[in-house]
Structure formats: structure tokens, C-alpha cells
Design a protein. Structure first.
Lengths: 273, 264
């Protein structure tokens, strides 16, 4: 456990000065002109260096589409997304991704799974080995290097996936409902764990979830998305001191933030958290 | 289930079955050219093995089977890979594949003897032809089975298509490929024997034909015994490879039982 750093300053303004990600009037539609479905419309935001952003919204609000565009897995229909000033036009090597499922390779050991980005991008395995062991230590998986994924629990597998996403020191970490498949208890533990890792590493994180408490607990700012077409309805800075404990979730301030997010969905009748 | 006690019981039961067979055949005075008693079969096996005639012909059949297996499965793997990776390739090849698949491949054996002669090559071709399809189909299915999230992960890491193939698609396909190889091995043996029946100068199939002519049914049974042992050994060899290659596959299950049903 690292020593608790000072509480981060909440960012009151919507746009940080030196953005890692800058999204400008981004839109995405599927299908041909006439029957096209607008998945995303007029998306504008900046994300600052080392910032933790949670995007919360009901299923079908286009949050996964947005993440895929940021990952370079999908092209935008119009508008731009910049990562460190350069447009995201395809997959990039300075992005780490974590999916809802751990997506480990069962024929690789924990260590080899973690080093997958090194193998794909032909990075120096020896140099990254130390980093891999450090990160495994950080998530409490030292001693499991030679195990295979099938020998680990769901929570442990997801921690391996997080280590894999961090191993090549990416500029940004994209997480697509990474704890959605875990049971409630494990999920809370993983939220604490992720906060701890983030406090230590200070990566820029874009975290997608449909759980309002999870979003408020983890994020510096919560982006509330509403569907049809997918839009960012509100950006809410979360001014709660870190490290946040699970007890923080029962404070009035936390409840007020959660309620504010929930209002957007109550109107729509699409609520699942 | 598989305890020492049960294994003993199993062996005992087999001895009892053989004993009943022996007794029935003797008591009912069944002629040996209809159904020989087990004792006669084992005697024929012993005589055949000691005169080396069984050993030589066994080797011929095993050689044909293995060469046919290697030829058929290599080709099946290459073609299956090409089809799995290229929609265009699949589109143009598809009609031939469907036609060939519907065809009982053993019916081609006479033609293959005409084209390739009575020697080793025709046996290899016939064995290869029959071993080909199960592996090709499984290779295609396997290579297309790669989990979409894993593909997305590889793409997000900026992996090339070649890397996605070698690091993800091929390992993902291995359970299917190993299952295909299991079936292909048994099919290759069938192909070799059928080709020997149709036209050959040596091999266990030829031996069966010869013994059939001279009405030596005990001899035929002894050859069937050898064939079943060959099949068993070849299958075990594949399973041993499978255990090594697929150590990570939690659904470690031999598919032979399921797939071989409705074989030939």
C-alpha cells in the first residue's frame, strides 16, 4: 500500500488546460443515409493528464462505441478525437485496454499474458520483466507468474488484465465495464484496488460503467451519457478526498452526486444501477 | 469409475465373454468357417506372427496409413487455413467442397487404383483423401472460433494480421485441429484398407482377401484383432500429442467418440 497522497484538486471547469484526450464534435452513425442510426452525436470533451474519468450511461447510449473510437478500433463518422495532440485514426501503441471479460489467453501463463503487448509490439521483454513483476506485486499477484488463467478466480484474472494494460506504460487506459462480470463483493474490492493502482501510477483513465456508485466512487469527473443519440448530458466533477474508502459511499456528499447522475436516467426510465 | 477393482472386474468380464463364446461354438458345433472359437483365432494370430507374414503386412498397412495421414492432413490444414482467412477463396472453392463432402470417398478407390497403380502411392492417396475432410472442416471452424474480444484486444495493441493469426487464431483453433486429427487418423486407416481391398499386392487388407478365399475365418478374425490394435495405438498417439499441446484446454475431452459415430 502506498502512502496516501494528498487529495486531488477537483477540477471545477469542464476543460482541463493540457488535455491528453481532446474530442471535438465527434459523431458516429451506423448504416446508410436514410435509415442511419446515430450512435453518438456532438460529443465534446477534454481529459487532462492523470485524470480519472468515468462515463456512465444505460445500455445503448453509445459509451462502448465512444471507447472503441478512442481505442482506434472504430472510425468516427465526423469530428475528431486527439490523443496527445495527434488524431486517433487506428490502433495506437500508447493505449492500454481492459474489457468486461478478462480476455486472457489460456495457453499463456500469467506472466506471458502480462507481456503480450511486449510480444506484439516487439518491445524488450527483459526490460519489461521487472515492470511486470512490480505491477503483479502491486495487484497482489506476485508468486502467480507461472500459473495459467484457468487456475485463477475471476477477480484475479481481471487484475492480470489490468496489469497487461499497464505493462507498456500507455498514455491512457481505456476500461470497458471491467468489473461488470464480477459479483458485488469482488467488485467493491476491485474498485478499491483500481483506486490504489491509479493513485500510485497516475494514468489517465477512461472508465465505462453503468453503475452510478462505481462511477462516483472512482472518478475525478463523471460524464453522464444519454441515449438516442448518444450525448454527454452533463459532466460532474466529483469533489471527494482520496483515497476514498467504501464508507465514503454512505456520506451525504456521495449520495448527492449519485442522485445528480440518477436524475438524468430517471427522466428516461432507463435505469439499471 | 476407473479403479483397480473395476479394471480387474473388466478383465474378468472379458475372459468370461470369451469363455462363453468358446463354449457355445463348441457345444453348438458351429463350423469354423462361420464363427471360429477364440482359441482358434489366437492360434491363427500366433502362427501368423511367428511366420512374420503378419508383421510384414502390418508394417505395409501402417506405413500407408501414416503417409496418407501426413499427406492428407497437411493439405487439409493448408487449404482449411486459406479458406478460413479468405472469404474470396471460400466463395470460389465452396461448390467443390460441398460436392466432395457429400460424396462417399471410399467409392473413389477403384478409380485411384487405376490412376496410381497397385503399389504404395494409390494407398497413400486414398488414405489421404479420406483423412482430408475431417481436418479441413475442423481447421476452418477452429480458425474462425477465435473470441471476438481477444481479436479486439490484439487490434487495440496494433497487432498485424500475421501476429493475430500466429498468436491468437492458431492457438484458439488447436482444440478443433486436434479433434480433426483424431478422426483423420482413424479415417486414414480405413482409406488404406479399402484401397488394399480394391487392388494391392501386400497389406492387411490383401491378407484378409486371401484368407477369405481360402475360407480361413479364424485368420480373418486374427487380422481384425491386429487392425483394432493398430487403430487403438494410433489414436493413443494422437491423444498423447493432444495432452501435450492442449494442456491449457479445460474442456480436455476426446472428440473421437462423438465424431466417429456415423463414420464409415
Amino acid at each position: 500500500m502506498s502512502s496516501a497522497p494528498a487529495a486531488r484538486e477537483a477540477r471545477p471547469g469542464p476543460l482541463p488546460a493540457d488535455p491528453v484526450i481532446a474530442v471535438r464534435s465527434l459523431a458516429k452513425s451506423y448504416g446508410k443515409e436514410a435509415g442511419a442510426v446515430r450512435a453518438l452525436d456532438a460529443i465534446d470533451f477534454d481529459i487532462g493528464d492523470g485524470e480519472f474519468v468515468a462515463i456512465v450511461g444505460p445500455s445503448g447510449c453509445g459509451k462502448t462505441t465512444l471507447l472503441k473510437i478512442l481505442a482506434g478500433l472504430l472510425p468516427a463518422s465526423s469530428g475528431t478525437a486527439l490523443l496527445r495532440g495527434t488524431p486517433i485514426l487506428g490502433p495506437r501503441r500508447d493505449i492500454g485496454m481492459v474489457f468486461q471479460a478478462p480476455v486472457l489467453f489460456p495457453w499463456r501463463t500469467v506472466l506471458d499474458n502480462v507481456l503480450l503487448p511486449a510480444d506484439v509490439q516487439r518491445l524488450d521483454r527483459q526490460r519489461l520483466l521487472a515492470a511486470a513483476l512490480d505491477l503483479l506485486q502491486l495487484v497482489g499477484l506476485r508468486g502467480f507468474e507461472r500459473r495459467y488463467p484457468s487456475e485463477l478466480s475471476g477477480g484475479m484474472q481481471q487484475r492480470v488484465a489490468i496489469v497487461r494494460a499497464l505493462i507498456h506504460d500507455p498514455a491512457m487506459l481505456l476500461m470497458d465495464e471491467p468489473f461488470g462480470a464480477l459479483d458485488a463483493m469482488t467488485r467493491e474490492q476491485m474498485n478499491l484496488e483500481l483506486q490504489r493502482i491509479w493513485l500510485e501510477r497516475r494514468k489517465t483513465v477512461v472508465f465505462i460503467t453503468h453503475s452510478i456508485p462505481e462511477a462516483v466512487f472512482l472518478a475525478d469527473r463523471v460524464f453522464v451519457m444519454t441515449p438516442r443519440p448518444g450525448r454527454v448530458a452533463e459532466i460532474i466533477p466529483i469533489d471527494i478526498a482520496r483515497p476514498r474508502s467504501l464508507d465514503a459511499m454512505s456520506t451525504p456528499a456521495f449520495g448527492a452526486y449519485a442522485l445528480r447522475v440518477r436524475h438524468h436516467f430517471n427522466a428516461l426510465g432507463t435505469l439499471d444501477a | 469409475m476407473n479403479t483397480v477393482g473395476n479394471a480387474g472386474l473388466r478383465a474378468l468380464l472379458m475372459l468370461v465373454v470369451l469363455g462363453i463364446w468358446e463354449l457355445c461354438v463348441r457345444a453348438l458345433e458351429v463350423p469354423v468357417y462361420i464363427l471360429p472359437p477364440p482359441s482358434a483365432i489366437f492360434r491363427a494370430l500366433y502362427v501368423g506372427l511367428s511366420r512374420l507374414i503378419y508383421v510384414q503386412n502390418t508394417w505395409v498397412t501402417v506405413e500407408e496409413t501414416l503417409l496418407g495421414f501426413v499427406a492428407g492432413t497437411s493439405l487439409a490444414f493448408l487449404l482449411g487455413t486459406a479458406i478460413a482467412l479468405s472469404r474470396r477463396f471460400e466463395y470460389f472453392l465452396y461448390p467443390y467442397i460441398v460436392m466432395f463432402q457429400a460424396l462417399p470417398k471410399v467409392a473413389l478407390a477403384p478409380l485411384i487404383i487405376v490412376w496410381f497403380g497397385v503399389g504404395l502411392p494409390s494407398k497413400i492417396v486414398n488414405a489421404a483423401l479420406i483423412a482430408f475432410f475431417p481436418l479441413m472442416v475442423n481447421t476452418i471452424m477452429g480458425l474462425r472460433s477465435a473470441d471476438e474480444d481477444r481479436v479486439s484486444l490484439m487490434r487495440s495493441l496494433d497487432a498485424s494480421e500475421a501476429q493475430i493469426f500466429w498468436m491468437l487464431r492458431l492457438p484458439s483453433a488447436l482444440p478443433f485441429i486436434m479433434a480433426g486429427l483424431e478422426v483423420a487418423m482413424i479415417f486414414a486407416l480405413i482409406g488404406a484398407i479399402v484401397a488394399e481391398f480394391v487392388g494391392a499386392t501386400s497389406g492387411l487388407g490383401v491378407l484378409i482377401n486371401t484368407l477369405n478365399f481360402s475360407g480361413d475365418v479364424a485368420g480373418i478374425f486374427s487380422i481384425l484383432l491386429i487392425l483394432s490394435v493398430i487403430g487403438l495405438v494410433l489414436n493413443q498417439a494422437i491423444l498423447a500429442v493432444r495432452r501435450r499441446v492442449l494442456f491449457w484446454d479445460v474442456s480436455q475431452k476426446s472428440v473421437t467418440e462423438d465424431t466417429r459415430k456415423g463414420g464409415l
